[in-house]
Every structure is written in C-alpha cells, then in structure tokens.
Ligand binder design. Structure first.
Ligand SMILES: [Ca+2]
Ligand SMILES: [Ca+2]
Ligand SMILES: [Ca+2]
Ligand SMILES: [Ca+2]
Length: 522
C-alpha cells in the first residue's frame, strides 16, 4: 500500500510520543507573519498560562501548589507572567507581576479534573502586539481539529526545548502523549493553531493529562467581574484590621461555609464585619460594640445554625456572654445571652478554647490548664443557656510542657475538633485527634522539626482551611503581616515536604463554624 506523507504524519501522531511542532518549523513556509499567532499564551513561574482577560490568566492549579494566594507582589516578586511575540520566553518580552491566585481544585495534589487556576495580574501586559484574550469554551468539541499549546520541554523523550512556545494539532479524542513539565497550565483549544479557538482543556499531567475548566466558566466570569470592580477593597490587600488592639477573625457570618471576617478591637469592643463573596472579603457593616475592656473573644457555632457566634470571656470572673450571629451581630442589643457564671475556667492557669468535641454541630467550651494539661469540657446543649458546667474531664498532660501552645482545629476533617500543640521554641507539633473512644487521651501523632523546617518558631500560628480540603491546616504569620512559609496537613496525615505553601500569603477557603472555628495562637 502506498502511504502518502499526510497519512504517515497522522499515523505517527497517533501511535507514538512526538515533539510538538515548533513555531519556527511552522513559519518556514511563510504561513504566518507574526511568528507567534497567539501571544496571549505565555509563561508563568515555569508553567504555561493564557490571558482570558487583559489582566487575568488561566493555568493549572498545581502550578501554584493549589493555593489561593493574596497580596503576592510584596512577598513573591519573582512570579511574573511573560508574553512574547516570537513564542521564545528567553527573548525580549513583556512581564507582569501576579498578585492573587484562585484555585478550583478539590484537593491539594489533584491532577486532571479540577486542576484549574485563575490568576490576577497587577496590570495588563502592553506588549507584544496582537494579544487577544482567549475565552473558555462553553462545551467540549466532539469532532475536528484541536490544538495543544505549551512552553515547556515539549519533547517528551528527551526533556529538551523549554521556554519556547510550541503547539500540536490533533483530532479530538486522539491521545497526543506530548505533555511534559513546563507545558502544565497551557491551553488545549478548539480549532487549528491560527484559529484563536476557545480553551476546553488545560494541560495538567505528564504525557496526556488534562483538566477541565468548562464547569468553572460561570464562576470564573463572576469572580473576575467582582474583583475587577471591587478588588481594591480586599481586606488582605489593604491592611484592614491591623491597627492597635485590632484583631481579625475569619468567621462564617451567613452560614454558607465561605469565609467572612470580623474586625474586633479588644479594648473598645468596636466591631466591623467583612463579607466574603466570590472569594473577595470586603469591609461592610460597622457593628455595635461587644466584649470591651480587654476580655477575650472566641468564635464558634454554639446554637448549631452554621452561622458563627461570638463568645466573650472574662478571664477574671469566668463570666461568658454570647452574641448569636443569626441576627447579624448586635452586640448586647440583639440576640445575646449571659451564660450562668460558675467561675468556669477563671483560674490563673486556665485557658479557654472553643471546638466541637462531640461532633454534634454545636461548639463546646474547652478549659485547658497550661501548667498541668488538665482539661475540662462543657458541651453545648440545646437549652436556653447552652452551657452549664463541666461535662467531661481529662487529666492527660497534653500540651503543658515549656514553650507549648494549644490550638484547636479539625485536622482530619471528621467533624470533631482535635487538639494541636505547637512548641514555639522548636517548631515541634503534636496532635491529639478526637474520635469515638479517644477524647483527650494524649498524643496521636508527632511531627518533629527537620533540618529545614522548624515550624513557626518566629511568628504566630493560625488554624484554618487554607486548601479547601474541609480540614484544618496551619499557617504561620510573622510580625511583618506576611509570611512565605506555610505548613498544611492532608487528610490527617502530616509532613513538611508536601507540595504546599511557601508561596506567600494564602486565604482561607472554607469555614465550619462549629468544628473548625478559625483560631489563633495565644
Ligand atoms: Ca460566609
Ligand atoms: Ca450560630
Ligand atoms: Ca458539641
Ligand atoms: Ca477531627
């Protein structure tokens, strides 16, 4: 049988790994005047990314370790998006800084599926000419030519050729086996390489792995529109709530599981709410004062309606007051109760914490003796006063050693709050997980400092879900207000070398008002 050159080419594409055709190969026949027909496709931090608005790019979430980053230029100035007229990113090009990232992955480590990330640029790149932001397809094609773009080492057999934009045209549903590191985040578009087709897949995994941005199209459009108009008000960008005696709490004020914020002044009791929509938390209502005079404020969901409530604790008398969130927080003028006072947790070495330790959806009170480790629990009850004194005691000495600070979170996401002990002098971490039959029985897991990782020996730990996993991670915040390092767990397992963090300030993704009230080291 006689094989035509075209057939030979097609069959070669279908059966074996092959380098993407390079732009320079393509222009030898003079087909395109501009050597890069899609200058909106560029390079970002070693990945490929595509402009979908003048100052927004689309890439793979794993390119930035699946995190929601905020306020990045001050921390991570090397992360720039580069465009190029020729497709060669080693040559002269326009570079623009990244300042925010939005991950749509379902878990850290995800490849394929929802390994999708939206990235905001400080400004729109002005050069090269010919940039036309791409669109996300409304549906995947079922037939016809598609084109895969990447600026990585597109030659999968030898890992060569990085930093030059290349494309591979193929037919839908034909595996191309062409992806290698650096191609990640690149678009797979409908049509030929000059058609400026819409993005229907994103390069995600080595060889032939793609993620799908189409289900996120509407969410991305909404998010972009909101941030373009209101992004200036982002509390992470404008140093909101960083004045004297001001403390920021990340709460769920409307019960939708998305983080909102409360700014509280520990002396005056002044409060302001920050409402979170489209992952943008912006300052909103100024609230009546609550919890004045240096008393402690803790958060939780004491009535089990998924809306964060505020508990004011007087360390001297043990008196507690609750401002329920369901009426929008009215201080002492709204739905508030004074818990009957037994002097609970008012002794000098007592420290009050909140968490849902029996998993019933109501936040309980934990009194921790910092000297002995002795612990007392007062379970929240479905009564008008909710708390009535000790229901459970443990004499285990967990987290009473020198330099130890107790934190509460749900590290394994089972709906029951766990104890986290941070040794501030060494960075060592101990975890006492809570499950049926094990309530404060002592250490379940230990994470020792390693040569390169002494977790948060300079700084303050905050506990929240920074990955969108539905469990608690640990973030270290330094005195400068921003921090380049972050430690996170995965599914109750802990390690220092997980690909996560170390990329700047990260935003919390979800709140569970009862079992995962955002908390901080004190
Ligand atoms: Ca919310
Ligand atoms: Ca509540
Ligand atoms: Ca409870
Ligand atoms: Ca747990």
């Amino acid at each position: 049988m006689r094989i035509t050159p075209l057939l030979l080419l097609l069959s070669a594409c279908a059966v074996e790994p092959e380098p993407l055709a390079s732009i320079s190969d393509d222009i030898t026949g003079g087909i395109v005047a501009n050597p890069n027909p899609r200058p909106e496709i560029g390079e970002w931090g070693g990945c490929t990314a595509t402009l979908i608005r003048p100052n927004w790019i689309l890439t793979a979430a794993h390119c930035f370790n699946w995190i929601d980053g905020r306020n990045l230029p001050s921390i991570n100035s090397i992360n720039t998006f580069s465009t190029s007229a020729t497709g060669d990113f080693g040559a002269a090009n326009a570079t623009v800084q990244v300042d925010r990232t939005f991950a749509f992955s379902r878990f850290a480590g995800e490849i394929g599926g929802d390994d999708v990330m939206l990235v905001h640029l400080v400004s729109a790149p002005t050069a090269p000419a010919g940039i036309v932001p791409a669109t996300i397809a409304t549906a995947a094609p079922t037939a016809g030519t598609v084109t895969d773009w990447g600026a990585g080492c597109n030659e999968t057999l030898h890992f060569t050729g990085g930093n030059v934009l290349r494309f591979l045209e193929s037919q839908v549903s034909t595996a191309t086996h062409a992806l290698c590191p650096g191609d990640s985040g690149g678009p797979k578009v409908i049509g030929t390489h000059v058609a400026r087709g819409a993005i229907y897949q994103i390069n995600s995994g080595f060889d032939n792995g793609f993620s799908n941005p189409i289900p996120w199209r509407t969410t991305i459009d909404r998010l972009i529109a909101d941030w373009d108009t209101n992004g200036w008000a982002d509390i992470y960008m404008n140093r909101w709530c960083t004045g004297p005696n001001e403390r920021r709490f990340e709460i769920d004020a409307d019960g939708d599981g998305q983080p909102d914020a409360l700014c509280w002044n520990s002396m005056t009791g002044a409060e302001q709410l920050g409402v979170g929509v489209n992952r943008l938390i912006r300052p909103s209502a100024v609230l009546p004062t609550f919890c004045t005079g240096g008393r402690e404020l803790l958060t939780g969901d004491f009535d089990g309606d998924h809306i964060t409530d505020l508990l004011c604790h007087d360390r001297t008398t043990g008196a507690n007051f609750i401002d329920f969130g369901r009426d929008g927080y009215n201080g002492f003028g709204g739905t508030t109760i004074a818990v009957p006072n037994f002097g609970w947790c008012s002794h000098p070495t007592g420290q009050l914490h909140t968490g849902d330790f029996n998993g019933d959806g109501r936040t309980d009170l934990l009194c921790h003796d910092t000297q002995t480790g002795h612990k007392w629990l007062d379970y929240a009850a479905n009564t008008t006063t909710i708390f009535a004194g000790t229901d459970y005691e443990s004499t285990n000495n967990f987290c009473s050693h020198v330099g130890a600070k107790l934190l509460v979170g749900d590290v394994d996401g089972n709906g029951m709050s766990d104890l986290i002990c941070h040794t501030t002098t060494t960075g060592q971490l101990h975890f006492d997980r809570t499950f049926a039959g094990d309530l404060f029985h002592g250490v379940d897991e230990t994470l020792d400092p390693t040569v390169n990782a002494h977790f948060c020996t300079a700084g303050r730990v905050e506990v929240g879900d920074y990955q969108g996993l539905g469990n608690s991670s640990l973030k270290c915040v330094t005195s400068t207000g921003s921090w380049t390092s972050l430690f996170a767990d995965g599914y109750g397992n802990f390690s220092y070398d997980r690909m996560f963090g170390f990329n700047g300030d990260v935003a919390q993704r979800t709140v569970n008002a009862a079992s995962r009230p955002w908390s901080y080291e004190r």
